[in-house]
Design a protein around this ligand. Structure first.
Ligand SMILES: *Cc1c(COP(=O)(O)O)cnc(C)c1O
Length: 402
């Protein structure tokens, strides 16, 4: 049993590349050359230098003493929140921009929901001087104004997707349409371990720097490279894939994936894809996704924009259905409470996405010697408006603005 992608682009029964004919040339070229390009010495030299000097890697592995005292075990936090641009997403966009350069591409497109991937993409395009077009649903543009400003500040063009529900899946459709018309000069930077093969594997490899660092950091701190638990939140699944990557074949390291339950799994307002999802094709990949009986995609819901994706990366679908990974979910309110607790107990304000990973700690029980590593995928600056509302609600204060 392997948990990595096979020759045909599948993880068990999940994955593959279900794409329009017009994209076969680009996807096949990528599929046939991505590993050769990314493990070439000059690529690795440039990638490693940028991760160090531009992103700020290695990110620290921090023993959270007060959190450990509260929940038992030794809880370590992998500080992806300290990366440039505030989350793990930059690891992937740096990798893909270097790849795009070597493929001779001059123009970058991306899709974004909350804008985090759009900002990470606009950042690396500015870094490399490449043209950047980010597709974003018209509704999301209105909801995520600060990230739209960031992208514009960085020189990207933000194009509204006006069809359908005017959210992420419509932006994705627009990006694919653009790529079909511009296959020669354009590379499409996908932001998570989703999409047609080889994207899920390529993105996981770029994010695998996370577990590569955890191994040597734990060795120094604990004398072992292998923890008892690895915990990460899962939207599409890229931060999770990164922290699981070098541990997949070591069952001693228990893998925990945390999905967003939204208002509750059975409320119809949720993004708990692996529980509510069935096999289908989304974004060019066969995986678990939330759909109606006749195959219409169900709009997911979560308070955190980065987790409300209706599908899940094919590798995660495989890890979960094979029993290698265990899934938990956390509701909006549980995530908010966990964000507040981490802020008060460790002085770290996490992203709302990340807070879901912390929200399951009180559903688990650790032995005193258990080593637990949580991927602290991003920081919470972007979520302050939501946190402020929550604090006001908690303290019974009400906004007196009129
Ligand atoms: C985008 C985002 C996520 C969700 O994406 P994955 O691909 O599942 O990692 C999680 N955490 C943060 C901070 C994000 O910005």
């Amino acid at each position: 049993m392997t948990y990595q992608v096979d020759e045909a682009g599948f993880y068990g029964e999940f994955g593959g590349a279900y794409i329009p004919e017009m994209l076969h040339g680009n996807i096949d070229h990528l599929k046939n050359h991505y590993t050769e390009i990314m493990y070439e010495a000059s690529f690795q030299k440039e990638f490693q230098e940028l991760l160090r000097d531009y992103v700020g890697r290695p990110s620290p592995l921090y023993l959270a003493k007060r959190l450990s005292a509260h929940y038992g075990g030794k809880i370590y936090l992998k500080r992806e929140d300290l990366n440039h641009t505030g989350a793990h997403k930059i690891n992937n966009t740096i990798g893909q921009i270097l790849l795009a350069q070597r493929l001779g591409k001059k123009r970058i497109i991306a899709e974004t929901g909350a804008g985090q991937h759009g900002v990470a993409t606009a950042t690396v395009c500015a870094l490399m001087g490449l043209k950047c077009i980010v597709y974003m649903g018209k509704i999301d543009i209105a909801r995520q104004a600060p990230n739209v400003s960031r992208m514009k500040m960085l020189g990207a063009e933000v194009r509204p997707a006006l069809s359908g529900s005017q959210t992420l899946k419509d932006a994705t459709n627009e990006a694919i349409r653009d790529w079909i018309s511009n296959t020669e000069d354009t590379h499409y930077i996908i932001g998570s371990v989703v999409g047609p093969h080889p994207y899920p594997d390529m993105v996981a490899r770029f994010q695998s720097v996370i577990s590569e660092e955890v191994r040597w950091q734990l060795k120094v701190k604990e004398g072992t490279e292998v923890p008892d638990y690895l915990i990460a939140c899962v939207g599409g699944g890229s931060n999770a894939a990164g922290i699981y990557y070098h541990y997949l074949d070591e069952p001693e390291a228990k893998i925990i994936a945390v999905e967003a339950a939204g208002k509750g799994i059975d409320t119809g307002e949720s993004a708990a894809t692996s529980v509510l999802g069935t096999m289908g094709i989304i974004h060019g990949s066969k995986t678990l996704l939330m759909q109606t009986e006749d195959g219409q995609i169900v709009e997911p819901y979560s308070i955190s924009a980065g987790l409300d994706y209706p599908g899940i990366g094919p590798q995660h679908a495989h890890l979960i259905s094979s029993g290698r990974a265990e899934v938990y979910s956390a509701t909006d309110d549980e995530a908010l409470a966990a964000a507040l607790e981490l802020s008060r107990i460790e002085g770290i304000i996490p992203a709302l996405e990340t807070a879901h990973a912390f929200a399951i700690l009180d559903k688990m029980s650790f032995k005193p010697d258990d080593i637990v590593v949580i991927n602290l995928s991003g920081r919470g600056d972007k979520d302050l408006a939501t946190f402020t509302e929550y604090l006001n609600r908690e303290t019974g204060e009400h906004k007196s603005d009129h």
